[in-house]
Ligand binder design. Structure first.
Ligand code: FAD
Ligand code: NAD
Length: 510
């Protein structure tokens, strides 16, 4: 929804014609980019037609506004007049009209749950629905949530706490065995304490205003075999606490992960290093009062305020170096988060990111994504197909597979780029082929200079069939693919044509 710049864009053949999730973008008229929209919302123009008033909207009233030039849509109980936004919507007017005069929450969540529509559409806000909408899925109180989820979800987690003179320990009983340190995300800011535990595809939240002050740092321990998480806080004063604190929003609730809101914390830019002519390695420091480890293959959202509007884009954390798992990392891994980010001069978000000074802040969300390391179980051959910055999820995958999967015989990366100068961490990749005999890399260029004597062209059945040779007839294979959406879609199609099954393919998308 947010990724469209100015002019008649994207060009008909552009990869940008397809947005994440495979939905097509439409060409926008000149002067209808996201930046133009932001300018319009700041112009003081009355975009709702209500002269700044907010009203209560009944269902009957909402239904009446179902035309292009008079189009209201309800998202999570709030009603927006989206008519002025029609021409700026990258997905096109027809896509918006699918929700005209109705509740578009589900449709919105299917396409871009992470887009910050409250900020984007704040000048279009008409008001609230008069009839209280059905409780948003993320808001169920625990008793209700667990009742509904008991049939398909994990057995209900619970928590408890105990104290000594100097410590308060909060214990989460997940009742699951596969809990690891990256299953729990803890933030405490001032007196508010938040711990989100990911249990299978569900999110269990503890959200409390603590009754007494605690110090900034804390520790998180996992007792794996019983699925117990212990978060140990240090009291500021050695007094006895009568209660842990007061519940905050959604405290003690269990909801499907997809329905849990994204939580952001501010991270500080520590360093920025050129990796290619347009791609940089950014290092951000997490706040000391945050415990967050992004699981392998998952991404986070970065949020910046650009011209008074919050803009959010997904990025996939990487290691500080491709070889870092094989040596001591320069900085402790759990306090820093690294990104390889390509700067698009005409893009909206990346130039702003590039302008950040060391010491500046960016908001970083909780992780998302559906890759699971269990896909590596008993794996023998791992094939990685990456195009451009689609290389980013492969970094941690590669490190993890080579260090943790004893059954692995071969890891091959086919890395598609336009030119040699675009290849990210080429020397690291080549070094890795020497360090680990199981690893091999092949570079394919779509716009090479005439002297290039390696592989050329775009992803194709011929390239793939030659590359994807199993180490034995029945070897267990996983093929991971990531890049521009047309690349990924074509790649998957060719892989099916080459008789690889759905379970043998993992594609990274938003
Ligand atoms: P946009 O404003 O979205 O512009 C995108 C493109 O449009 C650019 O090519 C830009 O040059 C072009 N453009 C702009 N204006 C015009 C114009 N007038 N005419 C023609 N073309 C124009 N990216 C990374 O670098 N690293 C990652 O780790 C990473 N992880 C991702 C993970 C996921 C799950 C997904 C879905 C994407 C990821 N991306 C990653 C891509 C990232 O989210 C952004 O899409 C990317 O950074 C571009 O953002 P932008 O706002 O700067 O560019
Ligand atoms: P790029 O434009 O430099 O292209 C790199 C290579 O991709 C090209 O050399 C070509 O081989 C292939 N390619 C590009 N367009 C193609 C098309 N239309 N059809 C077939 N092949 C094509 O790539 P970039 O600017 O680095 O973009 C990387 C893309 O990867 C972005 O779209 C980004 O959103 C996506 N990405 C996704 C994730 C994820 O997890 N979903 C993570 C990182 C990056």
């Amino acid at each position: 929804m947010l990724n469209v710049p100015s002019q008649s864009f994207p060009a008909p053949s552009s990869q940008q014609r397809v947005v994440a999730g495979g939905r097509s973008k439409v060409p926008l008229k000149q002067g209808r980019s996201l930046m133009d929209w932001i300018r319009l919302t700041k112009s003081g123009k009355d975009l709702t037609g209500l002269k700044g008033r907010l009203i209560e909207v009944t269902e009957e009233e909402l239904k009446k506004h179902d035309k292009k030039d008079d189009c209201w849509i309800c998202i999570r109980g709030f009603v927006y007049n989206v008519s002025p936004y029609m021409e700026y919507h990258p997905g096109g007017e027809d896509e918006l009209m699918r929700a005209a005069g109705s509740d578009g929450t589900d449709l919105f969540d299917q396409v871009h749950r992470w887009v910050n529509y409250e900020s984007m559409l704040k000048e279009c806000l008409v008001g609230r629905m008069a009839v209280k909408p059905a409780a948003p899925k993320g808001m169920l109180p625990k008793s209700q949530a667990t009742d509904t989820l008991a049939r398909e979800g994990p057995s209900s987690p619970s928590y408890d706490w105990f104290q000594t003179d100097s410590l308060v320990t909060i214990v989460v009983y997940t009742k699951q065995k596969d809990i690891t340190l990256d299953s729990v995300i803890v933030d405490h800011q001032d007196d508010s304490f938040r711990a989100e535990t990911i249990i299978k595809d569900y999110s269990y939240l503890i959200n409390i205003e603590l009754s007494h002050a605690v110090q900034g740092d804390f520790s998180v321990r996992i007792v794996e075999n019983v699925g117990k998480i212990e978060i140990v806080l240090k009291k500021k004063e050695n007094t006895s606490w009568k209660c842990l604190g007061h519940p905050l929003e959604n405290h003690n609730s269990l909801v499907p992960k997809k329905d849990a809101g994204l939580f952001y914390r501010q991270c500080q830019l520590i360093s920025k290093e050129d990796v290619t002519h347009d791609t940089r390695l950014f290092c951000f420091m997490l706040p000391p009062s945050t415990h967050l480890q992004v699981p392998i293959g998952q991404h986070v959202y970065l949020k910046l305020t650009i011209t008074d509007t919050e803009i959010v884009k997904p990025y996939t954390p990487v290691s500080d170096s491709l070889l870092s798992e094989f040596k001591e990392p320069a900085l402790p891994n759990n306090k820093y988060i690294y990104f390889l980010i390509k700067i698009y001069p005409a893009g909206l978000f990346t130039p702003e990111l590039d302008h950040l000074q060391i010491g500046d802040f960016v908001f970083v969300s909780n992780p998302e994504g559906n890759f699971k390391t269990s896909q590596f179980q008993e794996l023998e051959d791992l094939f990685l197909l990456a195009a451009g910055t689609g290389f980013t999820p492969m970094v941690k995958l590669l490190n993890y597979a080579l260090t943790n999967i004893p059954s692995l015989r071969k890891v091959k990366l086919m890395f598609f780029n336009k030119t040699e100068d675009d290849i990210i961490w080429r020397s690291h990749l080549e070094e890795l082929t020497f360090k680990d005999k199981r690893f091999d890399v092949e570079f394919v260029l779509s716009a090479p200079i005439s002297e290039w004597n390696g592989k050329q062209g775009h992803v194709s059945p011929a390239l793939l069939s030659e590359f994807l040779k199993r180490s034995s007839d029945k070897s267990k294979v996983l093929i991971c693919i990531c890049g521009p959406t047309p690349f990924t879609e074509q790649g998957i199609k060719f892989l099916h044509e080459l008789n690889f099954s759905k379970d043998e393919i993992h594609s990274f998308t938003a």
